[in-house]
Each structure stands twice: as structure tokens, then as C-alpha cells.
Design a protein around this ligand. Structure first.
Ligand SMILES: C[S@@+](CC[C@H](N)C(=O)[O-])C[C@H]1O[C@@H](n2cnc3c(N)ncnc32)[C@H](O)[C@@H]1O
Length: 322
């Protein structure tokens, strides 16, 4: 876990603070792909997606920032590798993979989102993306029943994020006018969608998905999961820790814990990019004496599939590509 942390600012420090400390790498020469703090929101989400994703994509309540997927793909794979997202939503991982010359396969439970992922892949192909991509609509807790058996041990990288609880599914876009939409995954009764299970049900389902991923991964293959905690009636729901537990139960080895910034870095300071709801709830909490802060990052939890020969994770990433 230490290997790629050497050039990193800690998650609690303002990004760039490392540059001012004696003995730390110079920001001008450090390679961004070896930092454990990923500067993934230098441009806003809408700017990252503009022209690259079909407009319907904005309806999804929990899209990954394209720069997070792109960073993971650049850091852990090479052109021609196969990238998998077993909960692909509108296909962010897939689109970034095919643009980077990787092949990509996504699974999505809701046809509403898998249709948009398909449209995003067609759009990427029309823009000249060199990789091949495909989407399967189905329940990824039964991953191995959905994908061809020939894909076992072929996947280089899994990039995914579990769905969050229904309480965080509201969506407000501040454009020319305020637009508040009901964009829940489904009506909440279908527990096949992990978003509608409690934390235990969600992590059990996610462990099943990771077990399937472990079979599809090649030895030394990598799993990158983004997750963030949320609050329920004031209590912190620690999804990142639950994700680590699910990965371990699936037989994967946690090898790194990184931070993907949701805030921009400008002159060594973090500039938050909160949604309307986040700003409103933090202001309300602070007014009532709860010292809440705006969320400025997602946890990035990274696992490795053991190599069969020595029982240890294979070298990976920029310093150890196979
Ligand atoms: C956090 S979102 C992923 C968003 C995606 N990274 C993107 O950028 O569009 C999680 C997705 O998992 C899907 N999902 C939930 N349960 C699932 C299951 N059992 N099998 C496959 N997908 C599932 C949800 O419908 C949702 O689209």
C-alpha cells in the first residue's frame, strides 16, 4: 500500500501542501498518476461530460466523474486491455476506456441506464474512440451467469462504484432555472437494485459482485472502487469501510487507498464544488451547531487479485506494469 503513497498529500491536507514540505517531490516534476490524491475535478462534471456523453446521461443520480475513471484506466491498464464495470450506470467507465483504446464491458441492472450507456458507447464510436465496448442488462450479483465463460481471467481492471442509499438520490441542477427531478433508480420496491437494500444487504450484494469480478480478473488484475460515507439521522454510514470488507470477503487484497478530489485545486487551495442539496444541508447543520463540512473527495479503494505463484499481489501501475 505504501508504494504509490510516497509522492502523496494526505487526504486531510490541502492538495499541494506536499510541495511545500521539505523532502517532498516538486509539484512541477511529480507524475500525477503516481499520486494518491487524484486531481479529478479541475474541471466541473458538466464540462468533463460536454460533447462526450449524450445529454440524457444527466438523469442518472450518481454518475462517476469521467476524470476518475480516466485516471484509473491510465494508471492501471495499457491499450488493448479489457476494463469491466459491473454496475456501469450510464457507462462512464466504458466511455473513458474506449476513448483510451481499451476494450470495455459493462453490466447494469436498470434498462433505463443501460440504454443510455449503449447510446454513450455509440456516441464514443462516432467520435473515433478506438476501443470496443458493450453493455449487458442484468443483475451483477450473478455476474458469471451473464458474461461468456471465455472472459474468465481476461479482465485487467474493474472500475466501479456501488449505489448510495435512497436518501442521496435527489438531484438539483442549477442552470437557467432550478430543475429538481425525481431520478431514483426505480420505484424502490425492486431490491435487485442494491440501492434499495440496507447497508448489510448492499455490502453482501457488492461482495457477490466482487467475487464474480475476481474470477474474471487476470492474476494481478486491479479493482478500483469509489465510495463515500453518508449520514443517516446524524450518524455516519461508513460505506468505504464496508467496501473494503466486501473486497476481502471476495478474496481480493486491499493494496491502496487513494482520494479522488471532487474539489478543484487552485493555488494550493481546495475549491469545493457542492451541489445545491449538499450546500443546503451543510448550512442547516452548521446553523444548528453541528460542525459539518462540504464533501470534497471520494475514497478510492483499490484491490488486487493475487498471483497464483507466490500468493502476493503482482506489481502494477506506472511503476510495475506488466
Ligand atoms: C453509483 S451508480 C454507478 C454510476 C456509474 N459509475 C456512472 O458513472 O454512470 C451504481 C449503479 O449500479 C446499478 N445497480 C444496482 N444494483 C445492481 C445490480 N444488482 N446489478 C447491476 N447493476 C446494479 C444502479 O442501477 C446504478 O446505476
Amino acid at each position: 500500500m505504501a508504494e504509490r503513497r510516497t509522492a502523496a498529500a494526505s487526504s486531510g491536507s490541502p492538495a499541494g501542501a506536499a510541495d511545500r514540505s521539505p523532502g517532498k517531490p516538486d509539484r512541477r516534476t511529480a507524475r500525477p498518476e503516481v499520486l494518491s490524491v487524484w486531481a479529478t475535478a479541475q474541471r466541473t462534471g458538466p464540462v468533463q461530460r460536454r460533447g462526450r456523453y449524450v445529454p440524457e446521461s444527466t438523469a442518472h443520480p450518481a454518475r462517476m466523474l469521467p476524470a476518475i475513471a480516466a485516471h484509473a484506466i491510465a494508471a492501471y491498464t495499457q491499450p488493448g486491455d479489457l476494463v469491466l464495470d459491473p454496475m456501469c450506470g450510464i457507462g462512464t467507465t466504458l466511455v473513458e476506456a474506449v476513448h483510451a483504446g481499451r476494450d470495455a464491458l459493462g453490466i447494469e441492472y436498470e434498462s433505463r441506464w443501460s440504454d443510455i450507456a449503449d447510446a454513450n458507447l455509440r456516441h464514443a464510436r462516432g467520435q473515433g474512440a478506438p476501443g470496443r465496448g458493450g453493455v449487458i442488462r442484468g443483475d451483477a450479483t450473478a455476474l458469471l451467469s451473464l458474461v461468456p465463460a471465455a472472459l474468465a481471467r481476461q479482465v485487467a481492471l474493474v472500475v466501479t462504484s456501488p449505489p448510495y442509499g435512497p436518501t442521496v438520490h435527489g438531484h438539483v441542477a442549477v442552470g437557467d432555472e432550478l430543475d429538481i427531478r425525481d431520478n431514483r433508480y426505480n420505484d424502490g420496491t425492486d431490491k435487485g437494485n442494491l440501492a434499495y437494500r440496507d447497508l448489510t444487504g448492499l455490502t453482501d450484494g457488492f461482495a457477490d459482485i466482487l467475487r464474480g469480478c475476481a474470477t474474471l480478473l487476470r492474476p494481478g488484475g486491479i479493482v478500483v472502487v469509489t465510495a463515500r460515507p453518508w449520514r443517516k439521522r446524524g450518524e455516519l454510514v461508513d460505506l468505504p469501510s464496508a467496501v473494503i470488507g466486501a473486497g476481502v470477503r471476495a478474496g481480493l487484497v486491499p493494496t491502496e487507498r487513494c482520494v479522488a478530489l471532487l474539489a478543484a485545486v487552485r493555488d494550493g487551495q481546495l475549491i469545493a464544488r457542492p451541489s445545491f442539496f449538499q450546500l443546503h444541508s451543510v448550512r442547516k447543520a452548521r446553523a444548528s451547531g453541528t460542525p459539518m463540512h462540504l464533501i470534497a473527495h471520494e475514497d478510492v479503494l483499490i484491490f488486487t487479485k493475487l498471483t497464483p505463484d507466490d500468493g502476493s499481489p503482482a506489481p502494477h501501475g506506472p511503476s510495475g506494469r506488466r
